[in-house]
Design a binder for this molecule. Structure first.
Ligand code: BG6
Length: 482
């Protein structure tokens, strides 16, 4: 089998917040997997910069533990090789401590250099200033930033302005980890690599599209952050918006950063404002032994939504008349994310009314299992006339690709794209701002009306009003977790 690993150049990756939760759960285990696949050329280094007074061996122990927690016991040679690439510096993002040490570790611009800001946005300005002051960046240096990218359009613009004072847009990599998910990229492959779907991909043939991201976990230990965000800011403005863009966008002329991002931006700008009665907000409540949302966040009167369902329209020639139904929530029945493209019925049934209603449906499954499934209508087997039924043409990636189906975590792919200098799967400044421009009035409307989310039982399908939202249009949500 020919190796699919694309070599990258030697690099220095500095992770600010290198002992934080994201580094421990995602960034460091992801880098270890890339190391094992031979994607860290000799001479590449990972330098963690954080407040903790750790020495190098303390940090190395931290990394071994992080890898064990995420991936199980690693191969002894591989982990010891990986640990040799690590370095650590105690740094004060707001002061002077540690910066000279960091500068001493980066004496020359002889490798790809990237700084991962795995810290709160309030530190971005200070970090950017100090990086320049200490001569640590040149025009090729890249920085990586994480969501939340602002909490409304105004704050996102301010954050973009801060970063743009210090860096060119081509140096800024804004991560939305959904874009690194394998099936999300597959959505583009399916749409633009096959002749089969594109001619049908419009409102003439598609009845509606559902985008669902259901989680069974609650807000857990992230209550303080989450209660200030809610599902709209935490999931819809970014992850669901990206899924919507990739589903609805026009074919870009090339699979390259600005061509793809220009098309996504056009979709966001074509979204019509959402009517208040086309949105349902929910908040999880009790089930026998679980805490409620309000207990989780420690606020008995919280009005933040842990669930949202909405109907929206992309107002352009391709999509006029085809609604998009979006929903996401925590503490639902199952972890289950899927894009469902539901086609219209045939214009005339030659089989008569007894044949019933049938729709083709393309299901793009994101998690827990990745795959694509097309439902087609066939004759029910047996004698007794022409009865029709819908069956799936199934393609589970795990089955179809066998051992090659070991899908990399989104972060592995995205970090390597930073090193390669490929911004295709990262959000551009105008995209983020346009997404906020669409969500801001919705959130402001709730605030003005003192809107209270509808309660829903933990591990259910969400509030019953969300069912009504789609049933009013003569449609149904696909069932979560089936
Ligand atoms: C994060 C959100 O961006 O995505 C979390 O802040 C959410 O609230 C998570 O749980 C979901 O990511 P995934 O990859 O598990 O679907």
């Amino acid at each position: 089998m020919v190796s699919r690993i694309i070599p990258v150049e030697t690099f220095d990756l500095v992770i600010f917040g290198g002992t934080g939760d994201l580094a421990r759960r995602k960034i460091l285990p992801g880098l270890f997997k890339r190391f094992c696949d031979g994607q860290m050329p000799v001479g590449s280094r990972i330098i963690a910069a954080a407040r903790s007074e750790l020495d190098l061996s303390g940090f190395q122990d931290f990394v071994v533990e992080a890898v064990e927690d995420a991936l199980g016991t690693p191969d002894a040679d591989q982990i010891s090789g990986f640990v040799d690439t690590l370095d650590y510096v105690t740094i004060d993002a707001l002061g002077e401590e540690g910066w000279a040490d960091l500068a001493a570790k980066l004496p020359a611009f002889d490798k790809v250099r990237a700084f991962y800001f795995s810290v709160g946005p309030s530190l971005f300005e200070a970090l950017a200033e100090r990086l320049h002051k200490h001569g640590l960046v040149d025009t090729e240096t890249r920085i990586v930033v994480e969501k939340p990218f602002g909490r409304d359009q105004e704050s996102a613009k301010a954050l973009n302005a801060t970063l743009r004072r210090h860096f060119d847009e081509s140096q800024i990599y804004r991560i939305d980890h959904y874009l690194g998910k394998e099936t999300v990229q597959n959505l583009m492959a399916v749409r633009f690599g096959n002749m089969l779907f594109e001619p049908l991909w419009n409102s003439q043939y598609i009845d509606h599209i559902q985008i669902s991201v259901a989680e069974d976990v609650g807000v857990g230990g992230r209550g303080a952050y989450y209660d200030k965000s809610g599902a709209m800011r935490d999931m819809v403005q970014n992850h669901l918006m990206q899924l919507l863009c990739l589903t609805a966008m026009e074919p870009p002329s090339f699979f390259e950063p600005d061509a793809v991002r220009d098309e996504k931006l056009k979709v966001i700008r074509a979204l019509t404002p959402v009517e208040p009665h086309h949105i349902v907000r929910g908040q999880y409540t009790d089930s026998s032994d679980e805490v409620t949302y309000r207990e989780d966040v420690g606020d008995p009167r919280s009005r933040t939504e842990s669930y949202i369902a909405l109907k929206c329209h992309v107002s352009n020639w391709r999509w006029a008349g085809t609604p998009f139904y979006l929903r996401t929530g925590k503490r639902l029945k199952a972890r289950d994310s899927e894009i469902n493209v539901v086609f219209k019925q045939t214009p005339h049934s030659i089989f008569g009314p007894e044949a019933g209603e049938h729709h083709n449906e393309l299901r793009i499954q994101l998690q827990p299992d990745e795959g694509i499934n097309l439902r087609v209508t066939i004759k029910e087997p047996g004698p007794g006339g022409m009865r029709l039924m819908d069956v799936p043409l199934d393609m589970s990636f795990a089955e179809a690709l066998g051992e090659d189906a070991d899908t990399p975590d989104a972060y592995e792919r995205l970090i390597m794209d930073v090193i390669r200098g490929n911004q295709t799967l990262f959000m551009r400044d105008d995209e983020v701002e346009a997404a906020w421009a669409w969500t801001d009035p919705i959130i402001q409307g709730w605030e003005a009306r003192h809107d209270v989310p509808k309660p829903y039982e933990s591990f259910s399908n969400g509030p019953t009003d969300a069912d009504l939202l789609i049933e009013r249009d003569g449609r149904n949500w696909r069932e979560i977790g089936r």
